[in-house]
Design a protein around this ligand. Structure first.
Ligand code: DP6
Length: 332
């Protein structure tokens, strides 16, 4: 059996979480302690082609322009292919070719775009036609944050209490609000502790239970600020949330210090720029790269200010974007 439908290609965006996912209540199912909210990013993209072919003797995973990054390693990808094969009731081996248009493993959530693209491409190549909800559940099993890269625009991952109830939905389309996420890449060093490993320590922080007890309220406020498009309240909450997640990381046992000197310098500058009238807020995940959130009208100024900083190696401007989608052109 060798059919064209056994090959498919998908493009998926990375996403930036406004309310973060840090801590699981079930490791195997990747059920998060709390729900999270994010925006898909138009310019941080993974493209993946998957082909199942009876002639392949083993699964083959190739990354173009990149080394295998430890957060999206080969073993995790093959485990994900096995999930999809078992769903489609096939045993055929696959060739997977994937490329990112941005450096992986530096906190830019390549596992989110990577597992979203892999889930869509592999499930379609395996002959499955899944609804969006099922795709988000499957993507979540590969990497939690990947479920938020499947639906369009601004998305919410409902934490749920079982695999079927933990999925992501679109809460607003990409053109809902013209905010911009400007990413400053300050280094291409890989992080030392992956987010999967780091998250296992969340509960060891003395502040974890306090965070988790207040998080649903925070989600409620963030959704309210999004609804009324109150950029100031929204930005203040997004920045405070990033700092709170890093407080949990720093007070874990052992501690996790993801914030590097270059990111810290930019965090201080962002606060200074605000006092000078440029409204911008920062957020950052498990790496040194930092995301600056501003309104479209301030994009040019923030870009210029960032480009004057010697530590900034690359700047990537993102608008809210569609989620994962199929492409007609394959990578091989
Ligand atoms: C800090 O989704 O990479 O970016 O489910 O173990 O693959 P796994 O973790 P992952 O964690 C992302 C953590 C974060 C916050 C967020 O994106 O919500």
């Amino acid at each position: 059996m060798k059919n064209e439908y056994m090959k498919a290609t998908a493009l998926a965006p990375s996403n930036i979480a406004f309310i973060k996912y840090w801590g699981k209540k079930n490791e195997d199912l990747r059920l998060p302690v709390n729900g999270s909210i994010s925006m898909n990013l138009s310019n941080l993209l993974t493209t993946t082609t998957v082909e199942f072919d009876p002639d392949y003797k083993k699964d083959d995973v190739i990354f173009i322009n990149d080394d295998l990054d430890h957060s999206v390693g080969e073993k995790r990808i093959i485990t994900h292919l096995d999930r999809i094969r078992s769903r489609a009731q096939i045993k055929v081996k696959a060739k997977v070719v994937s490329k990112n248009n941005f450096p992986s493993g530096t906190g830019l959530s390549s596992s989110a775009s990577g597992f979203a693209a892999l889930t869509l491409a592999a499930s379609r190549a395996a002959g499955l036609h899944l609804f969006e909800k099922e795709l988000t559940i499957l993507a979540r099993l590969g990497s939690g944050s990947a479920c938020r890269s499947i639906p369009d625009g601004f998305t919410e991952w409902l934490s749920g209490n079982s695999s079927e109830t933990s999925y992501a939905i679109s809460i607003y389309p990409p053109d809902y609000w013209d905010i911009v996420d400007i990413v400053a890449i300050v280094s291409d060093d890989k992080k030392e502790v992956s987010s999967t490993e780091g998250q296992k320590l969340a509960d060891s922080s003395a502040f974890a239970s306090l965070r988790f007890s207040k998080i649903n309220n925070k989600i409620k406020f963030l959704k309210q600020y999004l609804r009324v498009k109150n950029f100031t309240k929204f930005g203040e909450l997004v920045e405070a949330e990033a700092l709170e997640m890093h407080a949990i990381m720093m007070t874990s046992i052992p501690s996790l210090l993801y914030i590097m000197p270059e990111s810290l310098k930019i965090m201080h500058l962002v606060k200074k720029w605000r006092t000078e009238g440029y409204e911008v807020y920062f957020t950052l995940n498990t790496g040194q790269d930092i995301h600056l959130i501003c309104q479209e009208k301030n994009r040019g100024k923030i870009y210029q200010l960032l480009s004057e900083i010697s530590e900034v190696k690359q700047i990537i401007v993102n608008k809210p974007s569609k989620g994962a989608r199929l492409l007609n052109e394959h990578l091989f």
